[in-house]
Design a protein around this ligand. Structure first.
Ligand SMILES: CC(C)CCC[C@@H](C)[C@H]1CC[C@H]2[C@@H]3CC=C4C[C@@H](O)CC[C@]4(C)[C@H]3CC[C@]12C
Length: 278
């Protein structure tokens, strides 16, 4: 019962909870209560002190530490989403960058510190669940329909709403920036009529930059999908990327909105190819 409650509380699937002895379960219970508390009141500072008041033995130590790690990823994902939505909510300073004949518009804005971020607004012929499935649940299949991506691998499934991913962009002809790889935490927040997909670059000791690759940083970023009815959705994508490497700003600021238009074009094509006959 208890492991199930903890799993429900934090959305973490953790197989060896099932085999825990009394004291270990009690340690987990303390964390479970803490998680419930954090979820109720918002994530607060006391995450690192979550288990401090409880004495647990050696064998449960590792399990508890792993749970703490997982909580940290969830917290990072939530923070990325919060920061990215704050950028989107601030309506000041956005300029139209590109207007497409299909109605897609890309706006851009210079953030304090000088980085230009891009916001794509688009209407897609798909429902919220379908896009959630394609963009979050089947993230590893993205390279199959999007030639800008060489590979996406889920490194850690932290829970149903949070994953840690390794992404490699493709070396395509028109890509002036060159191939990049990213390690990110991706966090989703799904409701019936809207979905938030947030993400941010993270450092993983177990996954240092690969030789021959420039490790770029994506985020804080988010995609917001909103149902419009009649099988249509509004798609907002904040692209906030540090591509790293030595590149003139003008090249980067041209390539990023291009990458957004390419992405949406491939996504539309994939949606049409997958459409069920009505
Ligand atoms: C211009 C060069 C450097 C990069 C081109 C490829 C870019 C557009 C690719 C590389 C990795 C990709 C991201 C990989 C994973 C996700 C998580 C998913 O839930 C929504 C889409 C999103 C956020 C992708 C958006 C497009 C993306 C940022």
């Amino acid at each position: 019962m208890l492991p199930a409650v903890v799993k429900l509380c934090c959305g973490i699937s953790y197989p060896h909870l099932r085999n825990m002895a009394g004291l270990q379960r009690a340690a987990v219970a303390v964390i479970g209560q803490e998680i419930t508390h954090l979820q109720r009141w918002g994530w607060s500072q006391h995450l690192t002190g979550a288990t401090a008041e409880f004495q647990y033995n050696e064998s449960s130590h590792e399990a508890v530490n792993q749970m703490k790690d997982q909580l940290i990823y969830v917290k990072q994902g939530q923070e990325a989403l919060r920061k990215a939505t704050r950028i989107l909510e601030n309506k000041d300073g956005w300029n139209v960058e590109i207007t497409e004949s299909n109605g897609d518009v890309i706006y851009s804005k210079v953030m304090p510190g000088g980085r230009r971020v891009f916001r794509l607004e688009s209407v897609l012929e798909a429902d919220v669940d379908e896009l959630y499935d394609i963009l979050f649940l089947r993230v590893e299949e993205m390279h199959k329909w999007n030639p800008s991506i060489q590979q996406i691998k889920v490194l850690k499934r932290v829970g149903p709403e949070t994953v840690v991913t390794h992404e490699v962009s493709a070396q395509t002809g028109g890509n002036l920036i060159g191939q990049r790889d990213f390690v990110s935490v991706r966090h989703s927040c799904k409701h019936k009529t809207h979905v938030y997909l947030g993400g941010a670059a993270i450092q993983l000791e177990s996954f240092p930059p690969l030789a021959g690759f420039v490790r770029a940083e994506d985020g804080p970023t988010c995609i917001l999908i909103r149902a419009l009815g009649a099988g249509k959705t509004h798609f907002t994508w904040l692209l906030n990327m540090d591509v790293k490497g030595w590149l003139p700003k003008s090249i980067v600021n041209q390539a990023l909105p291009r990458a957004q238009l390419d992405f949406t074009r491939h996504l539309r094509r994939h949606l049409t190819a997958n459409a069920c006959p009505r």
